[in-house]
Design a protein around this ligand. Structure first.
Ligand code: HEC
Ligand code: HEC
Ligand code: HEC
Ligand code: HEC
Length: 198
């Protein structure tokens, strides 16, 4: 209970900052989703995984990161916090192993063989795309480009060929080179460790 109140407080605070932040998740800060020493789930998630919402496809509760997203993005009666709740009953499927006749999900986007929320959304603040989608849809006006990622036999072939997929999950491709490397930093910027008392 106390924890829940704390998390809600984090939200209220985050809402304030959302007004100036460029993306909807920026105001959460990294620590709104990742509890550094106070984690409640996988990938040190700060939010309790949602065990209440039931997947209409499998009749079971959700697992993995989908349960984490739904800790916020479901109605309170379905175990969430009512923040932009996605209702699973009349929705595109998630938390399912793709039937290859229906969809071909790029393997790097599957988690444990399943399509989870992160198959379609990359929720990190670095993602500039509309609604944190994996593909730039020009603010939703080119939504078919996004669908083409997994339903390519139904999409325009030229769109499929030129598809660019956003992925924040490989630091090697990130802009680490623009961060000054430890060697170029002045030694003074690192505070000396306090001397141990013997
Ligand atoms: C909206 C919630 C959310 C926010 C905000 C968020 N993350 Fe994440 N983070 C996730 C999810 C979900 C994953 C797993 C993504 C996946 O599987 O593709 C993840 C994965 C990661 C990983 C990789 C863990 C691994 O096992 O490989 C790191 C590192 C990370 N986040 C750091 C950060 C940092 C740093 C920030 C702030 C700049 C941040 N996150 C903000 C939800 C979030
Ligand atoms: C800690 C709570 C929290 C978690 C966990 C969380 N979100 Fe969010 N999300 C928010 C908030 C707050 C907003 C902004 C709501 C608003 O603007 O009214 C938001 C907004 C969004 C939006 C809309 C973005 C826009 O531009 O309108 C998407 C898409 C989204 N989240 C996806 C996800 C996905 C996918 C996950 C799991 C990987 C996730 N979120 C996990 C709190 C969360
Ligand atoms: C098959 C792809 C797909 C999956 C899977 C998916 N989403 Fe989305 N989501 C979308 C698209 C596309 C939109 C944008 C719809 C629009 O604005 O037209 C969206 C929009 C959203 C929004 C913003 C809603 C709003 O009112 O603007 C949130 C929040 C969100 N998704 C969260 C989630 C969460 C949480 C999950 C997992 C439980 C999830 N999504 C799974 C494709 C997906
Ligand atoms: C990240 C991959 C991915 C993206 C992007 C994606 N889908 Fe899907 N889609 C799937 C998977 C996986 C299924 C479920 C296949 C199954 O039943 O096993 C599916 C199923 C469907 C179905 C059948 C639903 C049902 O209940 O039988 C429709 C229709 C559909 N998608 C339309 C869309 C549209 C429209 C978009 C773009 C807005 C989209 N999809 C984007 C992966 C994706």
């Amino acid at each position: 209970m106390v924890l829940r109140v704390f998390v809600v407080c984090v939200f209220v605070l985050s809402m304030v900052s959302v007004s100036w932040a460029s993306g909807a998740h920026d105001g959460l800060l990294c620590t709104g989703c990742h509890g550094i020493h106070t984690a409640k789930g996988d990938i040190i998630f700060a939010v309790e995984p949602n065990k209440k919402a039931v997947n209409p496809k499998t009749k079971q509760s959700y697992t993995g990161t989908t349960a984490l997203c739904l800790g916020c993005h479901e109605t309170p009666d379905k175990g969430g916090m009512g923040i932009m709740a996605v209702s699973a009953n009349m929705s595109h499927p998630y938390g399912v192993e793709p039937n290859p006749k229906v969809a071909t999900v790029p393997s790097a986007l599957l988690r444990g063989g399943k399509l989870e929320c992160v198959g379609c959304h990359d929720p990190h603040p670095s993602n500039p795309n509309y609604k944190y989608l994996r593909v730039d849809t020009a603010k939703g006006s080119k939504m078919s480009d996004f669908c083409a990622m997994c339903h390519s036999s139904k999409a325009d072939a030229a769109v499929v060929r030129n598809l660019k997929i956003f992925n924040s999950m490989d630091e090697r491709s990130a802009s680490a080179t623009t961060v000054s490397s430890p060697e170029t930093r002045t030694p003074m910027s690192v505070p000396a460790a306090p001397k141990k008392k013997q």
